[in-house]
Design a protein around this ligand. Structure first.
Ligand code: SF4
Length: 538
């Protein structure tokens, strides 16, 4: 049996785009697990498979990993796969839309939520049934959906993956064989699975889901927060992570460091420690007989975080600065002087993402279900900047019940955030996701068009202002040649650089590590010229 895992994450409609350096952890996890189960497995990118369609003939099973926004790309891929005799399995965040997917595309099986438990059973107990596409026997495997005649069968949600299993799985690391431009990409390495925010929107969400203010979701008995008598989904109203992935479970230092070492051995230069909140790392061990369902208490596990970063820093390529380590997201309420100092010691100069969503504390707490205040975020930005990190902040518009007051407060706060050290604000439009509290709400934009415009403009103005600091600056970037154009990805992350003087790169080079100077700026990217070629990649 041979399996092919296809990384279709963030491919949207399937066209190439400038910011394609992110490599999510899902496809590597699936490929690694299949190899551990004794299945010959390759991992390739969406583009590679689309351009080399005939390779599909070499496989019996194809597993696609994609997000909800990648439906068009997946549909194109499914069209190609249908010409071959392979079992087509789809997973990743897109899996939640299994009904529409199975009804509209030629896909055999959809994996819903975490994939590990299902994959282990499918490729041990049910191998023959999978290969022969005889799915009747699979009804007892939770976390799957498939077609049975005219019907679509959903087998129910699977149990959360145990910490023990998370530590046993060795994600695939042969990235030089799978990803073009592997030397430029940011490889995500999972350090924490799950989210600690089990507060909820205290609202009437319709369909009988009206909060009765029982306050169970803020109970000091942390396990009580798991379940709401009115079946309101846990966590921020727009997010499905707490429901789908459960409370945080951290991988052990040994598993993480080994994975990073292997990735480096196969050419990776930029590693992102991935977690819904990096500061949740090993925080669950501070509530040993409980489940970590409070986003702000107890305080971070300083010792564990420092130990993990120290061990990663001991890897020679990390110590020398050749390989950069980043962290992904953090919750502002966990940032204090002590943790900012630890982060500054090991990952100074890198970016760090903080979700604020809106500047109204009351709205965030009661409508979104996120007990993190503007004061928390401002303080976090100040402290992280003080210790040399580069904070990026997320905001959202179009959320349910977001009124003029919330918009005005948020608009008013933007200058303060930049004053305290924010490098960039990213504004998202609310998009309802399955299995979230806000699943059935549409983005509310028409009533507040002028305020939304004002919010966008003030963010563009300040993002541009912040980028002005980059004008004339030199930085190291990984330059990648795509369709005769050069895109630069800053070694320590930052805006994509459109490189103009491409004649300096050898003709046969795929890219290079270069020193560039920033010559012009735009709100979302910058222009630059190559000053020096440090290393060429062919
Ligand atoms: S969201 Fe649910 S658990 Fe929380 S207070 Fe309301 S009814 Fe109680």
């Amino acid at each position: 049996m041979r399996a092919l895992v296809i990384d279709a994450l963030a491919r949207a409609s399937g066209k190439r785009y400038a910011t394609f350096d992110v490599v999510g952890v899902g496809p590597r996890l699936v490929a690694g697990l299949l190899i551990q189960l004794g299945i010959k497995t390759d991992l390739k990118t969406y583009e590679h498979v689309m351009e080399n369609e005939e390779m599909i003939d070499n496989y019996d099973i194809v597993l696609i990993s994609a997000m909800s926004s990648d439906r068009e790309a997946v549909s194109k891929l499914a069209g190609k796969l249908s010409r071959y005799n392979v079992v087509k399995i789809l997973g990743g965040p897109i899996g939640l839309e299994f009904y529409e997917l199975l009804a509209s595309m030629d896909i055999d099986l959809v994996i819903i939520g975490e994939a590990e438990n299902q994959l282990i059973r499918l490729f041990t107990e049910f191998k023959k049934d999978v290969i022969s596409k005889d799915f009747n026997a699979l009804s007892e495997v939770k976390g799957l959906a498939y077609k049975a005649g005219n019907k679509i069968v959903f087998t129910g949600f699977s149990k959360y993956v145990s910490k023990d299993l998370l530590n046993k799985i060795k994600p695939y690391t042969l990235v030089d064989k799978s990803y073009e431009f592997y030397w430029a990409r940011r490889f995500y390495v999972e350090v924490v699975r799950g989210c600690s925010n089990f507060r909820r929107p205290l609202l009437d969400l319709g369909f009988g889901r009206k909060c009765i203010k029982c306050l169970r979701c803020s109970s000091p008995k942390l396990h009580e927060r798991l379940w709401c008598p009115r079946l309101i989904m846990p966590g921020c109203g727009f997010c499905s992570v707490p429901f789908l992935f459960g409370p945080p479970r951290s991988r052990n230092v040994h598993a993480i460091v080994n994975e990073v070492r292997e990735l480096i051995r196969h050419g990776a230069r930029r590693i992102v420690l991935s977690a819904p909140d990096f500061l949740d790392y090993a925080r669950e061990t501070l509530v040993p007989n409980e489940l970590l369902t409070d986003p702000c208490y107890p305080r971070p596990n300083y010792h564990a975080i420092e130990y993990l970063l120290k061990k990663l820093h001991e890897i020679p390529e990390v110590y020398s600065g050749e390989v950069k380590i980043f962290i992904e997201n953090i919750k502002a309420c966990l940032v204090d002087e002590k943790i900012a100092e630890i982060l500054g010691q090991y990952i100074k100069g890198t970016t760090i993402h903080i979700g604020l969503e809106t500047a109204s504390d009351k709205y965030n707490e009661t409508v979104i279900g996120k007990p993190i205040t503007l004061e928390h975020v401002v303080r976090a930005v100040e402290l992280l900047t003080k210790y040399g990190l580069r904070p990026y902040v997320y905001l959202i518009y179009g959320l349910p019940y977001m009124d003029a007051k919330v918009y005005r407060k948020t608009i008013k706060t933007i200058p303060l955030l930049y004053e305290k050290g924010v490098e960039k604000i990213t504004l998202y439009k609310f998009s309802p996701l399955p299995l979230t509290s806000f699943e059935f709400f549409k983005p509310q934009v028409s009533k507040y068009t002028s305020l939304i415009k004002k919010l966008k403009n003030v963010i563009i103005k300040h993002n541009l202002e912040a980028k002005k600091k980059l004008l004339g600056k030199t930085m190291k970037v990984y330059v990648v040649k795509v369709n005769h154009k050069l895109y630069g990805y800053p070694e320590e992350h930052g805006p994509v650089v459109f490189v103009k003087n491409d004649n300096r790169l050898p003709k046969d080079a795929k890219g290079a590590l270069c020193k560039i100077v920033v010559t012009d700026i735009r709100p979302r990217y910058v222009y630059g010229n190559i000053l020096e070629i440090i290393e060429v990649f062919k």
